[in-house]
Design a binder for this molecule. Structure first.
Ligand code: 13P
Length: 282
């Protein structure tokens, strides 16, 4: 099956105020949970691999993994490389058949960020692969910020990278964080609105685990067409697996444990799909 064109899909989503969710996956089991949830929710999904997953397994194996899981759903599973700071890793993923790559130059100067993004966009063009770039910073993990100016995406910078490097979609730092957040993230909707006014590319919201549903829905009406969700998926996977293993460490046999764990991961994925697809809620 050939999946519908992702670049076109996200451009349409921005216009229609719809949103694709990218789920960070680590192996065949959480990927299978994502596929089963897509089938149940009847909507396309994106499976995203962080660089450590690619370093451990190779982008080719990740691509084969998605090909192998695709028959579990009639819905497209788009494969995306998430937060790659390496141009070479993006190029390899493009060569290995990824649908989409993110070149994350957000920790670099604007000039370097534009140059890296330009190089990946040029490389991706003939393969028809989508390129995501980032301006501003997503807080959490090793990204420490002291003031708004440290993370908030500047409208001028977003305009500059879109005009000079032509990425297909733009991740913007507007106050969200990766991972569980001790307090509700304060999203700068005023800045999101200014950015959406300035550029017509679909916008991407990172840090989906900690964002309240009403803020997700509001951002979708303001130009966000892709939402990234990771932590809630892998922590559910790890906690549920740990609980199952703890019951009988010597009898722990992976396929039997995963039979119970996969549906629990699937429920979390489904819950997030329902948060963006209001008409699916039941
Ligand atoms: P969370 O881990 O907070 O869900 O964010 C995921 C993400 O933004 C990946 O790029």
């Amino acid at each position: 099956m050939n999946n519908p064109d992702l670049i076109q899909l996200l451009n349409n989503y921005r216009k229609q105020q719809k949103c694709l969710i990218g789920f960070n996956v680590n192996d065949i089991y959480d990927l299978k949970a994502v596929a089963l949830a897509a089938e149940e929710a009847n909507c396309p999904v994106m499976a995203m691999t962080y660089p450590p997953v690619v370093e451990l397994n190779s982008s080719l194996l990740c691509k084969k993994m998605v090909e192998g899981i695709q028959p579990y759903t009639k819905q497209p599973i788009y494969l995306h490389l998430d937060h790659s700071v390496s141009v070479d890793m993006c190029k390899q993923a493009i060569d290995d058949g990824y649908d989409s790559v993110m070149i994350d130059g957000s920790q670099k100067s604007l000039k370097e960020n534009i140059a890296m993004t330009k190089e990946v966009v040029k490389y991706a063009e003939s393969a028809g692969v989508l390129v995501e770039a980032e301006i501003g910073k997503i807080m959490g993990r090793d990204v420490v910020v002291k003031s708004d100016a440290d993370f908030l995406a500047s409208v001028d910078d977003v305009k500059a990278i879109v005009e000079e490097a032509n990425p297909h979609i733009m991740a913007v730092g507007i106050g969200t964080s990766h991972g569980f957040t001790p307090t509700t993230p304060q999203i700068h909707f005023d800045r999101l609105s200014e950015i959406a006014e300035a550029v017509s590319v679909p916008l991407v919201l990172h840090g989906g685990t900690g964002i309240p549903d009403e803020d997700i829905q509001k951002s979708i009406t303001m130009g966000v067409a892709k939402l990234n969700v990771g932590t809630i998926v892998h922590t559910t996977y790890m906690k549920e697996l740990y609980n199952e293993i703890s019951k009988d460490i010597n009898g722990a046999y992976p396929p039997y444990l995963m039979k119970d764990v996969i549906p629990r991961i699937k429920n979390v994925v489904l819950d997030r799909l329902n948060a963006v697809n209001l008409e699916l809620q039941y």
